[in-house]
Design a binder for this molecule. Sequence first.
Ligand SMILES: [Zn+2]
Length: 496
Amino acid sequence: MSDLHIYNSLSRQKEKFEAINPPYVGLYCCGPTVYSDVHLGNTRTFISFDLVYRYLKHLGYNVRYVRNITDAGHLTNDQGEGKNRMEDQAKLEKLEPMEIVQKYTVGFHEVCRLFNLLPPTIEPTATGHIVEQIEMTQKLIDNGVAYESNGSVYFDVKAYNDKGNNYGILSGRNIDELIAGYRDLDGQEEKRNSVDFALWKKASPEHIMQWSSPWSSGFPGWHLECSVMSTKYLGKQFDIHAGGMDLKFPHHECEIAQNVGACGNTPVRYWMHTNMLNFNGQKMSKSLGNSILPMEFVTGNHPLLDKPYSAMTVRFLFMQSHYSSELDITIKGLQDAEKGLRKLMNAAKYLSEIKFDSITVEEKQDKIISDLCAECKVVMDDDFNAPKLIAVLHELATLINIYYNDGKKINNISDSTFNLLQTTYNAYLFDVLGLQDEVATGNNDALDKVMQLVIDIRKQSRENKDWTTSDKIRDALKEANINIKDGKDGTTYEIG
Ligand SMILES: [Zn+2]
């Protein structure tokens, strides 16, 4: 079906993608924890896997995309001990924990819509799968890789490895080093080994979010929900598991151990991880004051931003780096992304206006265009290389601009190549990269009408030699970043 190759974090190499049950593909992505606004690093992860989802669909796969919502208040530290974040935030905001969940789930969905993420096919919640989490915990106890201790249940990492498994297979970590490296944390005295992680935690009476189980009234460990929800909806073995690089250990390592321990087989064929975000070369963090929320780009309401940047500009900026590379956001990068996006969008508009009028097919030109169209698939098949795709689209946009400025006609390629150019350019720009023309999606009709009026008034004032009015119009449009072009077929406008 395709020549797609994916870098598999598990094998640490690029592999040819073979779906388990083509044309079906199962894709799971760890979703947000909804106790605060989704931060930009997570947004990059979700945008990256939106690209993966879109491209798999473009290739003709029937994708079931599962992205969960963590609403069961996972715990402060990696090993599943500490405080319940959802409840802490609820106390801080004087709300019920489920009000916190609702508030930030709605906020997350708003960000998703704004950044044009396709909704996943299933968006399961941890609190909706407590029964299944209890069942998997019981199965792990029955299989001898988990134990109950004082009402809590822990995964027994040593027992798991003694059965010939390898805890550390994904992250490359060594269990002895892990044991030696652990600090003394809350709940350690209940565990056989410091590296063991919680499957079920007994709750103290003041815990609001708790459920009954055979071991205690409590709540599930964070890692468990993804094992449960991925296998419930995608089967015991599925194609792609995605997430941020920071989740590789311990979260994904623990997921593998739970799945192998409960189901007897490795759950995932291809593990994919997105890399981190920096701002001006520094890691984004609240303490450094350089942590910008997705919505703050759009409002421009952050001291580090010189002006608002649209969601599509940010999405385009993200697409200009490969998902597995670190991405450094700078103001210059944002400004360039804004210009680059505008060039590609303008070319799409021109392409729809260009008339096909083939007088003589020039084979050389015909080949240049059909080769560039084929190149779009080649670069995307190479581990979803969006930055290279954007470079190819820029080359196509340059050619489209030449045709447009040369009488809005294409007259030297075959009609099949012209059709290929139109379908390829639009499919990759809009469907695969998921970019939108914000002018078009905003209020294009209204803007077109207003601009036509402005252009008419300008024309009239020039005919009347009313230079004050025509200069005023020119300056105001320049201020609004709108360029007017006088051509032989009349006056047009473009943004940027
Ligand atoms: Zn997860």
